[in-house]
Write a protein of this length. Structure first.
Length: 206
């Protein structure tokens, strides 16, 4: 494997304990899969954004793990002291993309959505739709479900709920999504214009 695309499972935050354990932020939807994995890789975060060969990674063997206050503690074989663990601080825990857990039919990995073009079919009689923009991120912290962060051709970012009711077709090979969005949704979730910001500021001061 000279050119590997990684999938991030966790980010190593700091040593946890005296015997080489590391506290990590969970970055996978399947933390229970740690129980099934022994072989993992460690890479610097900048090595995950594109493709990187195994020569730029460190292979490690997972000895033990447990959940801790919404995070996970990882213990790797031969990492047996605070100093050993400290040397790994800030690295990402990854696996090759082809080793990802299989998904149920109709489900997709969030990472696969990044870079996809979003086409809105609503109100277009020809069925060709209009392209909204490209997915640059997915907001999972809003409390309202997953929101696609879509950057338009004008450089603005709009938020689109990623729900089955709107989704009509996904082609990950060609990197595009077709959605039927309710009228006014894009305008509602668009950033404020300069005039709107000025009006909101005036209202708050009155």
């Amino acid at each position: 494997m000279t050119d590997v695309k990684w999938v991030v499972l966790a980010h190593l935050i700091r040593p946890q304990g005296r015997n080489g354990e590391l506290l990590a932020e969970i970055l996978t939807d399947f933390p229970e899969r740690f129980a099934e994995r022994r072989r993992l890789f460690l890479v610097r975060p900048e090595g995950v954004s594109g493709s990187a060969g195994v020569e730029s990674s460190r292979e490690v063997t997972l000895e033990d793990h447990w959940l801790h206050k919404g995070r996970v503690v990882l213990k790797f074989v031969t990492v047996d002291s605070i100093n050993d663990a400290e040397a790994l601080r800030g690295l990402d825990v990854v696996i090759p993309r082809e080793e990802r857990a299989p998904l149920e039919e109709g489900a997709v990995y969030i990472a696969d959505l990044i870079g996809c073009r979003v086409v809105d079919l609503h109100g277009v009689a020809t069925g060709q739709g209009r392209e909204i923009g490209e997915i640059v991120d997915v907001d999972r912290e809003s409390g309202a479900g997953d929101l696609l962060v879509v950057k338009t051709s004008r450089g603005q970012e709009v938020l689109i709920p990623f729900v089955k009711a709107y989704l009509k077709h996904i082609d990950l090979a060609e990197k595009f999504l077709e959605m039927d969005l309710p009228a006014g949704l894009l305008e509602l979730n668009a950033p404020l214009t300069a005039e709107e910001k000025a009006a909101a500021k005036t209202s708050s001061q009155s």
